[in-house]
Design a protein around this ligand. Structure first.
Ligand SMILES: Cc1ncc(COP(=O)(O)O)c(C=O)c1O
Length: 399
């Protein structure tokens, strides 16, 4: 990936985007009048190639039940094998569904019985928690180590929890701390899980958005014995900004596991996908490469903008290196402020909405999550509000 912007190669515009205010957008309309840098969708228009495909489908004018064409699987296979070295995706090993939450929730259902423990590495994506509860399982938190600005896995605790748990619900790359797990880390997790008969459910929704020096390793590219002990839940919706269209897939290399996933997705009645989701997926994986490449570059520059701003204007706030995702994890603990109080203060007094660190687990106390998938000018406005908000909070001496 290039790390500097060459105007002659820039084709897509991420500096401006349509207003989403008053469009029933969760991000923009839940707290009207604020600058929302919280929920994980992007403010950018989708790739023109996706829009054209959706327009063509819309123009047909009939939207009855549809089969998934061979092309749906072919474009996924081509994309993942060319970009990520993950070969062999086909109709035979995929269960399509309506979203990644539906996918991992069905996977938990398929692989557990009520009362089983599911390991999560906290702080982690907040919708992992209800999926565990809703399947009548017990959350086994394995908090990540945070030292010298870096998040790593607590291997001893993982080993211990694996001895008493049934599933590891993994986020690869990890929302919210921005780690892109290395092959070595994944192999170590895989070995611990297989040895302890812990099944791995890998949520790879953030896999396309990684930054220089950090390549995404699909779980499905690990040695076969580990892949057979897993499913991968993935979707183009996060990187291509299609979250409202809702489409996702579960990959299982083992036919027995695939049959269990199919059963669970049917039990949960989420086996029929939206016609626009199928169209968007084919356009995204089929034609969306150049757009994604430019987006990654733009986001990488946004991340650099945040680091420079913190250094110059908010030296008491730090952020671990963003290896992947468009979600930055701001360490505000030097202010001795609870995340919840800070979140409320920023929203009510400075019109800025960030995600409160504690929704990702207790390990998120003192942190805030910042969504950088917006035009740079919007991001800078958000950072100014954060600076002013922290200054006014500190001045109040409140906690
Ligand atoms: C790790 C992770 N998984 C799943 C989702 C949601 O997926 P979907 O909208 O396809 O259910 C998100 C959304 O932010 C996420 O960050």
């Amino acid at each position: 990936m290039k790390t500097s912007k060459h105007p002659e190669t820039v084709k897509y515009n991420f500096d401006t985007c349509p207003s989403r205010k008053g469009t029933e957008s969760v991000k923009w309309d839940l707290y009207p009048g604020t600058l929302p840098l919280w929920v994980a969708d992007m403010d950018f228009e989708v790739a023109p190639e996706i829009r054209a495909a959706l327009q063509k489908r819309l123009d047909h004018g009939v939207f009855g039940y549809e089969l998934l064409p061979d092309n749906y699987f072919l474009v996924m296979n081509r994309w993942f094998s060319k970009r990520h070295g993950w070969k062999g995706i086909s109709r035979k090993n995929i269960v399509p569904t309506t979203g990644v939450i539906a996918a991992y929730s069905a996977a938990i259902k398929a692989m557990t019985v009520p009362g089983d423990k599911v390991i999560v590495m906290t702080p982690c994506y907040n919708a992992f928690f209800p999926a565990i509860r809703n399947n009548k399982c017990i959350q086994a938190s394995c908090p990540l180590h945070y030292e010298n600005g870096l998040y790593t896995i607590d291997w001893d605790l993982l080993e211990k929890l694996a001895g008493e748990s049934r599933v590891l619900l993994l986020c690869n790359p990890h929302n919210p701390v921005g780690r892109v797990w290395t092959r070595e880390e994944l192999l170590r997790m895989a070995e611990i899980c297989l040895r302890n008969n812990v099944f791995v459910v890998s949520d790879e929704i953030h896999c396309e958005l990684t930054y220089p020096g950090h390549d995404y390793t699909p779980w499905a590219t690990l040695p076969e014995e580990y892949v057979l002990n897993s499913v991968t839940c993935f979707s183009p919706t996060k990187p291509f900004n299609l979250a409202g269209i809702q489409i996702a897939n579960i990959y299982a290399a083992s036919p027995e596991v695939l049959a269990k996933m199919d059963r669970a997705i049917n039990d949960n009645e989420c086996c029929d996908v939206n016609v626009f989701g199928a169209t968007a997926l084919q356009a995204a994986y089929g034609e969306g490469g150049p757009w994604i490449d430019e987006l990654r570059e733009y986001l990488w520059h946004n991340a650099r903008t945040v680091y420079c701003f913190l250094e110059d204007e908010l030296p008491l706030v730090s952020a671990p290196p963003l290896e992947g995702t468009y979600l930055m994890w701001l360490d505000c603990r030097a202010y001795d402020i609870s995340s919840e109080a800070l979140g409320e203060h920023l929203r009510l007094n400075h019109g800025l909405v960030l995600s409160t660190g504690t929704i990702y687990g207790e390990a998120g106390e003192g942190f805030m999550r910042l969504n950088i998938a917006c035009p740079r000018s919007t991001l800078l406005e958000g950072l100014s509000r954060l600076r002013d908000g922290l200054a006014s909070f500190a001045a109040r001496g409140a906690k």
